[in-house]
Structures are given as C-alpha cells and as structure tokens.
Design a protein around this ligand. Sequence first.
Ligand SMILES: *Cc1c(COP(=O)(O)O)cnc(C)c1O
Length: 219
Amino acid sequence: MSLDNIKSRIVKSEAEAGRAPGSVKLIAVSKVQPNERVAAVLDQGHRVFGENRVQEAAGKWPAFREQYSDIDLHIIGPLQSNKTRQAMELAQSIHTIDRAKLAKAIARIAQEIGSCPSLFVQVNTGEEEQKAGIIPAQTDAFVAECRALDLPIEGLMCIPPVEEEPSLHFALLAKLAERNGLTGLSMGMSGDFESAIALGATHVRVGSAIFGARVPASA
Ligand SMILES: *Cc1c(COP(=O)(O)O)cnc(C)c1O
C-alpha cells in the first residue's frame, strides 16, 4: 500500500530525466483488487485507474463514480469487439487499439454517441505470438489508418516481453511514436516504471506496487 512512495519515485524520475514535474500520469491498475483497497487509494485523493477487463470495470466503477465524479478510467487490456461500446461508455481512455476492425467500430460508435475516449495503439514490440498489438513494422500504416478514421490517437502503448530488457522496448516505442508525431507513451509497470520515465513515458501503469499482490481471481 504505497501510493505516496510510487508518487515520489515518479517525481524523482521526472527530475532525473529533466522532464517537467507532472508530465507523467500514474494509472493505478486496480484489476482483481478488492474494493476496499481501491477505496483506500481513492480516499488518498488518487483518481486515475486502469482495468484490463471491461466486464470487471463495469462491475466496479459506476458505483465509485457516484462517489467521485472526477474518476479518470483507462482500459488497458485486450478489447473484444463486442465490448467496444461498453468500454467507450465506461472509460476516458483505451490503450489497446490493435486492429482495423476495432478502429472502425470505435469510429462508428463515436459518431453515434458523440464522444470518444482518448486512444492508444498497442504495439507488440517483442513480436510475441501470444500478445496483442500491432507489430512495429505495421505501426505507421495503422496509425495512418486510425487518423483517416478521425480517431483521437494520443499515443502508443507496449508491454515488453517478460524475459527481455524492458528499456529496449521502451526506446523502440518512443521512436515509433516520435516518427508518427504522437506525444503519448503508455509504458512502464511496477517493476520498470522508472526506466520507462527515463525513456519518455507519459503514462505509467502500476498495479501491485500500489495495491499489493493481486488476489487471485476466483473465476
Ligand atoms: C496488470 C497490468 C499492469 C500492472 O502490472 P503490475 O506489474 O502489477 O504493476 C500494467 N499494464 C497492463 C496492461 C496490465 O495488464
């Protein structure tokens, strides 16, 4: 339980990287955490949260939002097409745009409901078979496709392979974002958010270092 600890480490990393104070947004990843742990973090004044399943987010956040109207919710897990509308209605940001079908669905629903969350394109920087995301070589074309649909693409997101040095992946993501004129970089988790900040992260997604180890899901 150390929101303050993580916040001060972020401030320190921003300073060390010569970045403006407050340039990194801390997304507290609350997936699978008991509600009382989430409530404790809300109590401490934090409002930015991440969930990786739409279903779980839908069961948890509408009630918290009744208490705190300024919650900033980010969907950071793979998004099934049939959950797109629900995700857009629940969240202020979606980090996992990774295919044309999803981009088109978001564009259509945004027209209908008259609003759209801010969006990140997920890049599979390690080109891992089992992982979601656009491969690096297709990123420029996919970003262009999203822009042609008028989608509000804020930046890129990645989850480095567990076995590899994350900073190589962070550097690659930063390079891809820069050459596409994108300023948002969603990268860095509990174990590596400081090196992500050194390489330009604007959004770090930190779960267990704030909330403690995840309680295993029963379902
Ligand atoms: C769970 C998760 C995180 C947070 O992981 P921790 O190691 O607990 O900080 C970050 N990003 C994504 C996409 C996740 O699913």
